[in-house]
Design a protein around this ligand. Structure first.
Ligand code: IZC
Ligand code: ZN
Length: 420
């Protein structure tokens, strides 16, 4: 019964309760905070959670007891939308962007996503691995313990597989747990511009092999004017669903195409971006329980409108937040910045924000039964923030508040430094 690890004297312990389902609508803000809390860990999982005196039965000779000195503890953060694995960077487009050239116009001119496709096709497995690992270390230092990672910079089978294999290897090697998504439908490569139907067929044709090799759990499509239409998205995702993939959609980011409505029609796990989602789309998502994955660092970086998070919450949608880490529209690994913008720009309360990056983001990557809350039996992934309370994380913006991070009960960040 002896514990491996006990964290005591937690000023504000944010557990997210049972964490047995996503929190939708006003439940997002109903977060209980335990004062003077403690957590008990055994076999890499939470054994007990409470406040005040700790029961002696857990304390043996080998039990490590750590004093959190009145700081704030939350579940490990989860980033449910990233384009983690890619070659190169796109600062060469930065001045164009500052002059006001729209994101999709840069793509149309052969840059943007297609520029990263070139770099990724040219990069070796090792180069992609080293670059992505560096980003994962940064994410870990920000308190992130689970990350979704998409392909989509190959647009040919060979490179898509290379990206997915890098994710698989990093999942084995790095403390962060990775959830893999096939985004073969990210852009149309120049060689298929005149025969898009063939490209859609090729994407669908790759699905059985990806499934068989267990290289992706989710299938995603960039459903946008200048990328893939509603019809094409429906076709690809329906085929993926039949094969047992879970679904995500890059939905209504720039143009109101009806991606939100489609996510509900197909029973997607999440619809992501939603800056231009219709009210009907939000209502459909609430009805079916599609999680709205909002990416405020992308709005910030593209200088675009923010998604209407308040309206979604009012309509009973479960909202998650992520970085969208990618070399074009959101070159940052900083989920705390997404949380801060979540409050400052999306007007989400700190309690809604922490819900969005823990329990809701866990369900957004179908890991809700394992992580996303400090609950008996779940994996002991948690963060000690060097802040007196939850509000402070959002209030004091633009810096990293992480002190210590634990993954499966093992310390992986100490005083802000990665130590695994
Ligand atoms: O590389 O620009 N929005 N895909 C859709 C992206 C952003 C990633 C990129
Ligand atoms: Zn994306």
């Amino acid at each position: 019964m002896y514990a491996e690890l006990i964290i005591k004297n937690i000023g504000n312990l944010i557990t997210m309760g049972e964490g047995d389902k996503p929190r939708a609508g006003k439940e997002m803000g109903e977060v209980e905070i335990i004062k003077d809390g403690y957590i008990v860990i055994k076999d890499g999982r939470f054994l007990e959670i409470g406040s005040g005196e700790i029961d002696e039965i857990y304390i043996g000779n080998t039990t490590l007891i750590k004093d959190a000195m009145g700081l704030t503890v939350t579940p490990g953060l989860i980033d449910p939308h990233t384009h983690l694995v890619h070659g190169g960077s796109r600062e060469n487009e930065f001045s164009k962007k500052l002059e006001g050239v729209p994101y999709m116009d840069i793509l149309k001119a052969g840059g943007g996503i297609l520029s990263t496709v070139n770099s990724t096709r040219q990069a070796s497995f090792e180069e992609l691995y080293i670059k992505a690992k560096k980003s994962l270390d940064i994410m870990l230092s920000f308190g992130v313990t689970t990350v979704e990672a998409k392909s989509g910079y190959g647009l040919d089978i060979e490179t898509e597989l290379k990206q997915l294999e890098v994710v698989k290897k990093l999942n084995e090697d790095h403390p962060i747990d990775l959830v893999s998504t096939y985004l073969g439908a990210h852009a149309v490569p120049p060689e298929y511009i005149e025969k898009k139907e063939d490209f859609v067929r090729e994407i669908i044709g790759a699905l059985p092999m990806i499934k068989e090799k267990q290289l992706a759990e989710f299938c995603d499509v960039f459903c946008e004017e200048g990328a893939f239409s509603i019809e094409e998205t429906r076709k690809i995702l329906s085929a993926a669903k039949k094969l047992g993939f879970k679904l995500k959609i890059h939905a209504d980011e720039i143009v109101t195409l009806g991606g939100a409505e489609l996510s509900a029609e197909l029973g997607a796990v999440s619809a992501d971006h939603l800056m231009a989602a219709s009210e009907k789309g939000m209502e459909d998502m609430a009805d079916v329980g599609v999680i709205a994955d909002i990416l405020p660092t992308t709005s910030f970086n593209l200088n675009k409108d923010y998604a209407c998070a308040r309206l979604m919450i009012e309509k009973g949608v479960a909202v998650a937040l992520s970085t969208d880490y990618n070399p074009g529209s959101s070159p940052t690994e900083n989920l705390q910045l997404a949380m801060q913008l979540g409050s400052l720009k999306l007007k989400m309360t700190p309690k809604e924000v922490i819900t969005a990056v823990t329990v809701n983001s866990a369900y957004s990557v179908d890991r809700g039964k394992e992580v996303g809350s400090i609950t008996k039996g779940k994996r002991a992934d948690f963060v000690i923030f060097d802040t007196p309370n939850l509000e402070y994380i959002m209030y004091h913006f633009g810096v990293n508040h992480t002190k210590d991070v634990y993954k499966n009960g093992i310390q992986v960040v100490l005083d802000g430094k990665v130590i695994y």
